[in-house]
Design a binder for this molecule. Structure first.
Ligand code: SF4
Length: 215
């Protein structure tokens, strides 16, 4: 009986998210899968806004994967300095470009198994690229927003992103995996923020039993 009640509740959560964020999309600007991979690598510990300020000039300077592969690490690091952790990010981007050129003929791989072998593309990043650039539902992106909100809404009891993803994949319909992540990320930025969530204006308020609730 409890299971049926839970299923009804989660279905209602998905319905409200669909009504509130019907067209939620990735906030990182890109024009192809490679650019999205680069932007996602740069977005670690950085805002999407800052990344979007950096990438137009970056992609103009390095128009192709081959250009990134040929870049000197210290030069690329200087180009992406404002995104933070620039040395590691430059190393990852150049490593990713070389890997894609050498092992995948210059084409972005389209499976999770292949993509996670690319430097800088762990499971979360691979899910972002496959879902957003190719429309392939390989899994559910679990970033800090998804991690926090899935717990607040009782969709998981885990803190580990891999375990949260497994929990969510069992209850979110597969044709919603891509959209669901974008919806929670938008919701997490606008309403269910980390500190002092705006529960007064939350469309999921009546379904939320989180101790973090402010109203
Ligand atoms: S009621 Fe508050 S804590 Fe619960 S989901 Fe909404 S904003 Fe987040």
């Amino acid at each position: 009986m409890a299971t049926k009640k839970n299923a009804t509740r989660t279905a209602e959560i998905f319905r409200i998210l669909d009504a509130t964020y019907p067209n939620a999309e990735c906030a990182l600007h890109h024009s192809n899968a490679w650019e999205l991979l680069v932007a996602t690598i740069l977005s670690a510990q950085c805002t999407d806004k800052r990344v979007n300020e950096v990438t137009p000039g970056l992609f103009a300077k390095y128009p192709t994967i081959r250009d990134f592969a040929a870049a000197r690490q210290e030069v690329l690091a200087a180009d992406i300095r404002s995104t933070g952790f620039f040395n590691n990010k430059a190393k990852s981007v150049i490593g990713a470009a070389k890997k894609i050129l050498n092992d995948f003929g210059g084409e972005m791989p389209k499976t999770l198994e292949e993509l996670v072998t690319v430097p800088g593309a762990a499971r979360k990043t691979a899910n972002v690229v496959l879902g957003t650039a190719f429309g392939i539902a390989s899994g559910i992106v679990v970033d800090t927003h998804v991690q926090r909100i899935a717990n607040r809404l009782g969709l998981t009891k885990n803190q580990d992103p891999v375990k949260i993803e497994q929990d969510l994949m069992k209850i979110v319909p597969r044709d919603h995996w891509i959209l669901f992540s974008h919806q929670l990320i938008h919701f997490g930025r606008g309403i269910c923020v980390a500190r002092k969530p705006k529960c007064v204006e939350c469309p999921l308020n009546s379904l939320c039993k989180s101790p973090d609730k402010t109203a």
